[in-house]
Design a protein around this ligand. Structure first.
Ligand code: OAD
Length: 243
């Protein structure tokens, strides 16, 4: 079916949905200028995740890990939400039970007005103390001292981000599972669908009867399991679902 017909179909399904939900990935923020992880120009093409985004990397060289996050914070600070973020905030305004499950740590969905955004992988503007476990928000960029230390106990602060090999924050993950299970229309936006448990949320939604729609310019690991794949950029495609 041509994409225009598919968009009409999904628009009608969204209008009739009772409890839509969405899973977002780095592609949602791509049009804001935030680099993705995989694919052309993706961060994991130039950097090795296990050297920068793992507990072992932080134990080995916290300054190097912080330099990388400080650089990304600088990039993200210059960006703004795009039409895709705004369309998801508009869906929330129309459907009070809507949940946006995002793998993104840039905070752009909240900035666009998504209050019901579940940040599965943390937030790059938050830090957590490796000693006293206190968390704090810090938007300073660049950071004056790397690695930063806790003002409370003096131990190292780390980005409040889920690294490879770590568990997801349990409260957030539980809410995401419930949102996926209870949704009747599940949008899979801008994610390669290869990182668990995020990817399995789409499968869970489908297994529980949701109609699953992918929005991504490229085929992904989840495409085959989606009922419809809208091949386009999220900043262009999502607003069209609300026309
Ligand atoms: P990836 O970088 O793996 O995938 C980005 C996806 O976005 C790809 O499928 C692209 O085709 C798609 N894409 C690119 N531009 C797009 C656009 N304008 N509109 C829609 N889609 C577009 O990102 P994620 O799947 O989010 O984890 O990666 C998952 C996790 O892996 C990340 O949260 C990160 C990473 O390691 C942590 O940092 C904890």
């Amino acid at each position: 079916m041509p994409i225009a017909d598919d968009i009409d179909d999904v628009r009608a399904r969204l209008a009739a949905a009772r409890r839509p939900a969405a899973l977002a990935g780095a592609g949602l923020s791509a049009e804001s200028g935030v680099p993705t992880f995989r694919g052309a120009g993706g961060l994991w093409r130039r950097y090795r995740p296990e050297e920068l985004a793992s507990p072992a990397a932080f134990a080995r060289d916290p300054k190097l890990v912080w330099e990388w996050y400080d650089w990304r914070r600088g990039l993200i600070a210059k960006t703004e939400p795009n039409e895709g973020h705004r369309a998801l905030a508009e869906i929330e305004a129309r459907f009070p039970e809507f949940w946006l499950i995002t793998q993104n740590v840039d905070g752009l969905s909240r900035l666009a007005g998504s209050l019901r955004a579940l940040e599965l992988h943390g937030n790059i503007w938050r830090m957590r103390c490796t000693g006293c476990a206190r968390t704090l928000e810090n938007r300073q960029t660049p950071l004056p001292e790397l690695p930063p230390a806790c003002g409370n106990c003096g131990e190292l602060l780390r980005p409040d981000i889920v690294w490879f090999g770590e568990s997801l924050p349990p409260g957030v993950l539980d809410k995401a599972f419930i949102a996926a299970r209870e949704s009747d229309l599940f949008l899979v936006v801008g994610t390669a669908g290869v990182v668990e448990p995020a990817a399995s949320l789409a499968r869970l939604a489908k297994a529980n009867g949701a109609f699953v729609v992918e929005i991504n310019p490229d085929e992904t690991a989840l495409s085959e399991e989606c009922d419809i794949s809208l091949r386009g950029k999220s900043g262009e495609t999502l607003p069209r679902l609300l026309d």
